[in-house]
Design a protein around this ligand. Sequence first.
Ligand code: TYD
Length: 201
Amino acid sequence: MAQNPLFIVFEGIDGSGKSTQVRLLAARFEACGIPCVKTAEPSTGPFGREIRSLVVRPAPEEEARLFTEDRRDHLHRVILPALKAGLTVVCDRYVYSSVAYQGARGLSPDRILAENRAFAREADVTFLLEIPVPEAMRRIGRGRGNSFSVFEGLEELTAVDSIYRGLKDDLIQRIDGSPPAEEVHERVVQILRRIWPCLYM
Ligand code: TYD
């Protein structure tokens, strides 16, 4: 039996290795003849571009609004059309990024979740990559020449991490993001095979 296209999300703090896992999984799907698209939030749409161009952080409510509008646009422009066309979608960050990051700025995580659930299609599975905050800070420093973005301070990452760790959702698969990327990737594939045994990969 063929598997319906899946909507797969990767979440985690900056430096947890999401982008690498998104890339490895998309390549794996392609290699197995499973058509897929790789995408990310903030997206490349108008709100995503506005977010990436920020030099100073807006007030928390305004920041949450920008990410929510970007998600709405990204869903209608990329995610839903891809799923409709039979493509599996592998997405770097989604609703739980807003819950964790804008929650860390003092907004209510429950309220952000409710506002997003009102319009955002639920992911079929969310892989939450967990690594200790100091390790994430080391990785960010290494990968980006020590120029931390406006979203990446130690205190903030700690607050973001604690919200991610407290999330309760049966569709979240928590994975240790510390091992080498290939090992983490094999764990992701194992979990997908366990959940969808008819997925040939
Ligand atoms: P990130 O995935 O780090 O993009 P890149 O690797 O291309 O820099 O996302 C940029 C930042 O945006 C990241 O620090 C988390 C933040 N973010 C939010 O605060 N809320 C959200 O809803 C999303 C999607 C991202």
